[in-house]
Ligand binder design. Structure first.
Ligand code: AMP
Length: 212
């Protein structure tokens, strides 16, 4: 089974998709996490993606599609993947089909603008492993330190108001059309992400189980 998480930035895809991957023991791929690691390490991918990420724009399809092909080839898994943040354009979704990857479920997690802004402004991520926290709704046990790996928690550089506005514009223009794309394929499960992490998790797991 392969599951795709779609929705606006800040709707909670990261938190929910990691929990789903753990619950169903599936592989987890976040293109955003891969990009941030590449930026940090100063790799070729990082250098190519840097200006787009900093401006809140999507990285060009050709680059992301090449990246996802490599990741899928290098990390075979038994129980399928949870894809967080990929595909984000129609071209990426078509490329996924052409790679022969069957998407069984698409979880479209939406949220109101107030929720999105509150989630993004309080979000902290581990600099080392990428695990995501929130100052109020999902705090670390020790302030500023990752529960999982002991890394330092930082605010993402693209979680500032100016970049958030750009990311939302990109989302509406390039990613939102995927809602209709997957609706036509009868794969879409729409879930309202305005709620507590546990409530939303219950709805997400139910939607996935109903499809197995
Ligand atoms: P995320 O952590 O998923 O919010 O992604 C952070 C940033 O990485 C995005 O704002 C984009 O600049 C870039 N990015 C992540 N995934 C993709 C993708 N599938 N296509 C294009 N750009 C992406």
């Amino acid at each position: 089974m392969n599951v795709v998480f779609l929705g606006p930035p800040g709707a909670g895809k990261g938190t929910q998709s990691v929990m789903v991957a753990e619950y169903f023991e599936m592989g987890y791929i976040s293109t955003g996490n891969i990009m941030r690691s590449a930026l940090k390490s100063g790799s070729e991918l990082g250098n190519l993606a840097k200006s787009y990420i900093e401006k809140g724009e999507l990285v060009p399809d050709s680059l992301v599609i090449k990246l996802i092909k490599e990741v899928l080839t290098l990390n075979p898994v038994e129980n399928g993947y949870v894809l967080d943040g990929f595909p984000r354009t129609i071209a990426q979704a078509e490329a996924l089909d052409n790679m022969g990857m069957v998407v069984n479920k698409v979880i479209f997690l939406d949220a109101s603008e107030d929720t999105i802004l509150a989630r993004m402004s309080g979000r902290r991520v581990c600099e080392a492993c990428g695990k995501s926290y929130h100052l109020i709704s999902k705090p670390a046990k020790v302030d500023g330190i990752c529960d999982k790996c002991g890394g330092t928690l930082i605010k993402r550089t693209d979680d500032n108001l100016e970049t958030i506005v750009e990311r939302l514009k990109e989302y509406h223009k390039k990613t939102e059309p995927l809602r209709q794309f997957y609706l036509n394929k009868k794969m879409l499960n729409f879930i309202n992400g305005d709620g507590t992490i546990d409530d939303i998790q219950g709805k997400v797991i139910k939607a996935i189980k109903e499809g197995i």
